[in-house]
Ligand binder design. Structure first.
Ligand code: PMP
Length: 357
């Protein structure tokens, strides 16, 4: 069989079902749907026509989402999570042999998806601590001259963000290359490039409903760009990839901007409170733990012995965090949860680090 060598050599990405009391490993929202929205979703699902394919261009969902993002509905197209867009854009957008650049660390799926694509890949390290200045990024882009450049802003896993002016400078450095700005976590930051991206020819922004919007179960993500680019990338979309139930859920929830703003603000407030506590721990145990501020809903933490700490969090405290021990810069990513969950994490780490000493 002439199977892809990359496919047969890669480990599976199959997240285990959650069995822990406190789930801080996948950057989801800690807030499930409130009763009023839940009722409205159920009512609308009850009106659905189950024997027909979903609305192929997701007309209503696009209208509501366009209003949410402050753009025209011709500038947005949903996918089965933004993950589907990431896969399709990396594989199908560019001419074979084009040069794709991304930096490390960044969302690990870029590297996985790129392995399948018939493009030339260049992965450049951001440097020792995983953080980079905008000047450093521009220097890399100018040296590499990519045809397609992608990055997450804020960055998963570091939590570093570039503000709008910085992102514009990064885009300018890319010339006529296509730039994908993955804004999966931008609700927590508020420095979106959407309004500028839709006025350019070459910039695609990706957004998701899986994080701040709290709809990870529904699998809805959006590509946002100028209308011509949206028409073009619609050619590579799998037909009907966004189920009618997902479209209905998205329509109901994205309309409630006030609610969404309130849960996002709560996460941001809890992030700041938790950061202070974790930073105090890192200061007390500088050899054991390092942490940087985050503009997202997670922290990039470097433990000296991450396996021991992550195992103790799971086994003794039933707290799941995400460990990346074999990444080029080994790190642990910890999601911001509810105030109680964050407090449980801080208390557990305080005990584990004290015991380790
Ligand atoms: N981009 C980034 C940076 C992410 O972290 C994720 C999910 N972890 C995604 C995209 C994909 O999100 P989804 O497919 O759930 O929309």
């Amino acid at each position: 069989m002439k199977l892809s060598k990359y496919l047969t050599s890669m480990p599976a990405y199959s997240p285990a079902p959650n069995t822990y009391k406190v789930k801080l490993n996948t950057n989801e929202s800690p807030y499930d749907l409130p009763e009023n929205l839940r009722k409205e979703v159920v009512r609308k699902l009850g009106e659905m026509q189950f024997n027909r394919y979903p609305n192929p261009r997701a007309v209503e969902l696009r209208e509501v989402a366009a209003d949410f993002f402050g753009i025209d509905s011709s500038m947005i197209m949903p996918g089965n999570g933004s993950g589907e867009w990431l896969k399709m854009l990396i594989s199908d957008l560019m001419e074979h042999g084009s040069k794709l650049l991304f930096l490390d660390p960044d969302f690990f799926i870029y590297r996985r998806n790129a392995g399948f694509a018939a493009v030339e890949k260049s992965i450049v390290s951001k440097g020792e601590d995983g953080f980079i200045t905008v000047e450093g990024m521009i220097e890399i882009i100018q040296a590499e001259k990519p045809d397609l450049f992608m990055f997450s802003n804020p960055c998963n896993p570091t939590g570093q963000g570039f503000n709008k002016e910085e992102v514009k400078r990064i885009i300018a450095a890319c010339g006529d290359a296509v730039v994908i700005v993955d804004e999966a976590y931008n609700d927590f930051y508020g420095e979106s490039i959407i309004d500028y991206a839709v006025t350019t020819e070459n910039v695609i922004v990706l957004r998701t409903c899986s994080k701040a919007i709290g709809l990870a179960c529904a699998r809805i993500g959006f590509a946002i760009a100028n209308p011509r680019m949206i028409d073009l990338i619609n050619h590579i979309r799998s037909p009907y990839s966004v189920s009618q139930s997902a479209q209905v859920i998205g329509q109901v929830v994205l309309k409630d901007k006030e609610y969404l703003r309130s849960i996002t603000a709560r996460v941001v407030e809890d992030r700041e409170i938790t950061y202070k506590k974790l930073a105090a721990l890192a200061e007390k145990y500088p050899e054991e733990m390092k942490i940087k501020p985050s503009v997202s809903n997670f922290f990039f933490v470097r433990f000296k012995d991450s396996k021991k700490i992550c195992d103790a969090l799971k086994d003794q405290y039933s707290i799941a965090v995400r460990d990346f021990p074999t990444a080029p810069i080994p790190h642990t990513r910890i999601t911001v949860g509810t105030s109680e969950e964050n407090q449980a994490l801080v208390e557990a780490l305080t005990e584990i680090l004290a015991e380790q000493k």
